[in-house]
Design a protein around this ligand. Structure first.
Ligand SMILES: Cc1cc2nc3c(=O)[nH]c(=O)nc-3n(C[C@H](O)[C@H](O)[C@H](O)COP(=O)(O)O)c2cc1C
Length: 256
């Protein structure tokens, strides 16, 4: 029977999703069967013993989003082989070491990991689509190379710096996220919003409810999915003049 890869992934603006698609295709071409599940606040785990597990996430504030760490901390125990990929604009530092520690302690064989540079989706008031496309292509190529080297047993889990647990603790601290929520406040233009509810269904932390217009509670982790995939561009950040980033169209943003 063909060996199965079970992916857990999250993507706010499409970079990690594109990487998943490219990596999945490379595994399928090598004869693997693949299944995938989004990481969200609901802690559901679909893999079976014997699957190879692949986890793909974006970097946020030098590490990753707190809800992703919660998801990893709640993983059931197991001895599956596991690889981890993240996408980032430039630099992390508080991710690979802490993730390895959490999953190794649960019994998993944390075989290989890599960080892959993609265009930064963070708030910017200008964008260069040609440069972004070039960076994406390079990142996806690196992803395919990762699969080839992983299957040849040539990939390892890189050692993280001594400081990585400290950086992860900083990145996950509630004070930091409180400050970010104070600085970046989402607003919805009532004249543009069509009340379609897409932002509610995409939010991984169930932070949005539909009143007259979508309303944001205090749990936002700035993955930017709501802004990226709003069909009318009705969501913006108060006082910030930024051009949203989107690596993939909404109609393609699906795991099946
Ligand atoms: C809130 C936030 C924080 C981020 N922090 C970092 C960071 O510390 N280092 C970095 O290199 N990129 C950072 N980025 C950029 C993203 O990691 C990068 O663009 C990633 O590929 C986005 O993946 P996605 O499109 O799958 O959401 C950040 C982006 C956001 C939205």
């Amino acid at each position: 029977m063909a060996k199965r890869i079970f992916f857990y992934l999250f993507s706010g603006t499409g970079n990690t999703f594109l990487l998943y698609r490219s990596v999945r295709k490379a595994f399928e071409e090598a004869g693997y069967v693949c299944e995938a599940q989004w990481i969200s606040r609901k802690k559901e785990y679909g893999h079976s013993s014997g699957d190879i597990i692949g986890i793909l996430v974006p970097v946020a504030v030098q590490s990753t989003f707190p809800f992703i760490f919660d998801f990893l901390r709640a993983f059931p125990g197991g001895d599956n082989e596991l690889f981890f990929l993240d996408t980032l604009g430039a630099y992390s530092g508080g991710l690979l070491g802490p993730v390895k520690k959490i999953l190794s302690a649960k019994g998993y064989f944390t075989a290989a990991a890599q960080e892959i540079v993609m265009p930064s989706n963070f708030f910017k008031n200008g964008r260069n689509p040609e440069e972004e496309e070039k960076t994406r292509r390079k990142g996806l190529e690196e992803g395919r190379r990762f699969v080839r080297d992983f299957l040849n047993g040539e990939k390892k889990w890189p050692r993280d710096s001594f400081w990585s647990p400290v950086m992860q603790a900083f990145s996950g601290s509630s004070l930091l996220w409180k400050m970010l929520r104070k600085k970046y406040r989402f607003t919805v233009d009532p004249g543009t919003c069509i009340r379609c509810g897409r932002c509610l269904s995409l939010c991984p932390v169930e932070n949005i409810t539909m009143e007259e217009i979508p309303c944001f509670a205090g749990r936002c982790e700035f993955c930017l999915r709501c802004v990226t995939f709003c069909p009318t561009g009705a969501i913006s950040v108060k006082g910030e003049d930024f051009v949203p980033y989107r690596a993939v169209e909404y109609d393609d943003f699906s795991l099946s």
